[in-house]
Design a protein around this ligand. Structure first.
Ligand SMILES: CC(C)(COP(=O)(O)OP(=O)(O)OC[C@H]1O[C@@H](n2cnc3c(N)ncnc32)[C@H](O)[C@@H]1OP(=O)(O)O)[C@@H](O)C(=O)NCCC(=O)NCCS
Length: 315
């Protein structure tokens, strides 16, 4: 178990493992934040690497330990080494990590809700505790008009100037959300340093100089073929957030529509977004704009953790 950054060689080996799993499973096993935390100097996360006798990384798990009552994890086993018990041993280490704080529960994401993950989680006595939908929209079809509320103006995000105001509104808008609501100014700056970051696709809505909400878009060079084998670039409505004081005015729908206009103007033909299956207000907003459900990620969990399982894993 390692806290802090992985050395560059190990981080590269984990990315290689994730790429092999993506090719085999047609869905990426590690999401954006865990990948960024591989090399973050002070991530609120611990790494568990399973290595074979030759030192090759054959399995990896990362536990987000930044919350008081739960640990959220992602784990992956090399496709050529599955059904040999590596996943179970990684899960045992995650359970031990969660149990360090009494009463803290462990939850594990299964991207794409693959049959192997279902069987694995079922074998470990876990049940589905959360579901995240991936929705898709054809950008070449006409979309309904969604005007901005009276007096609201939109402008692009200015790096170095807007971080703190955005973070404040984001944490108010996502106060209920376990990951998005915890995004720090550092997390924001890490994304600004990513090659995909483009302030022209990150729009802030203001009234009389006060920030009310924003839409942030992201262009993926390839769609990873998750639900329909699509290889073309795809645009994502990455984050839409509206301050609780400005909710109910139609701003969320209007901002999403502006984000879609931006992606269409970039020449993209399809857009995706992710939303919690329980977020009926958001799903209604996106459905009105033409989004439909394409696939789901699920999170498995169980109650209070038992005692450490005593497995030995090299890190
Ligand atoms: C899910 C995953 C981590 C399992 O790793 P693994 O090392 O193959 O798991 P284990 O060998 O420890 O399997 C433990 C048990 O899970 C069940 N299981 C695992 N994979 C299975 C499969 N493909 N079909 C049926 N049962 C399966 C079995 O009961 C197995 O015990 P058995 O082999 O003695 O029958 C691996 O398939 C993977 O990396 N998938 C992609 C990433 C992912 O979905 N992660 C989320 C996990 S919740």
């Amino acid at each position: 178990m390692t806290a802090g950054p992985l050395d560059a060689r190990t981080a590269g080996a984990v990315r290689g493992l994730a790429a092999r799993a993506t090719a085999a499973d047609r869905v990426a096993p590690l999401s954006e934040q865990p990948l960024l935390w591989l090399t973050d100097p002070e991530p609120p996360a611990v790494h568990v690497c399973a290595t074979d006798a030759s030192g090759e990384v054959v399995g990896y798990a990362q536990a987000d330990v930044g919350a008081a009552t739960w640990v959220s994890a992602e784990l992956v086993v090399d496709p050529s080494r599955r059904r040999t018990g590596i996943g179970s041993r990684l899960l045992g280490r995650l359970r031990s990590e969660a149990a360090v704080v009494p009463g803290r529960t462990l939850q594990v994401w299964a991207h794409g809700d693959l049959p192997a993950a279902r069987a694995f989680a079922g074998d470990a006595g876990m049940v589905v505790v959360r579901e995240l939908w991936r929705m898709r929209l054809d950008l070449t079809s006409p979309r309904p008009e969604r005007p901005l509320p009276q007096g609201v103006r939109v402008r692009p995000f200015v790096p170095g100037q807007d971080e703190e105001a955005w973070r404040r509104v984001n944490s108010r808008a996502f106060a209920y959300h376990p990951e998005q609501g915890r995004m720090t100014s550092n997390d924001l700056r890490a994304r600004e340093a990513e090659p995909w970051f483009d302030p022209a696709g990150f729009l802030l809505a203001e009234r009389e100089g006060a920030l009310l909400g924003s839409v942030w878009t992201k262009v993926h060079p390839s769609d990873e073929g998750r639900d329909d084998g699509h290889a073309a670039a795809v645009g994502e409505i990455y984050v839409v957030g509206v301050d609780p004081d400005a909710q109910g005015l139609g701003l969320g729908g209007a901002l999403t529509a502006l984000g879609l206009d931006h992606l269409a103007a970039r020449g993209l033909s399809s857009a995706i977004l992710y939303t919690g299956a329980e977020n009926t207000v958001a799903i209604r907003t996106y459905t009105r704009l033409g989004f439909t459900k394409a696939s789901a990620d699920v999170k498995f969990g169980y109650g209070t953790q038992g005692s450490p399982s005593g497995v030995t894993m090299s890190t």
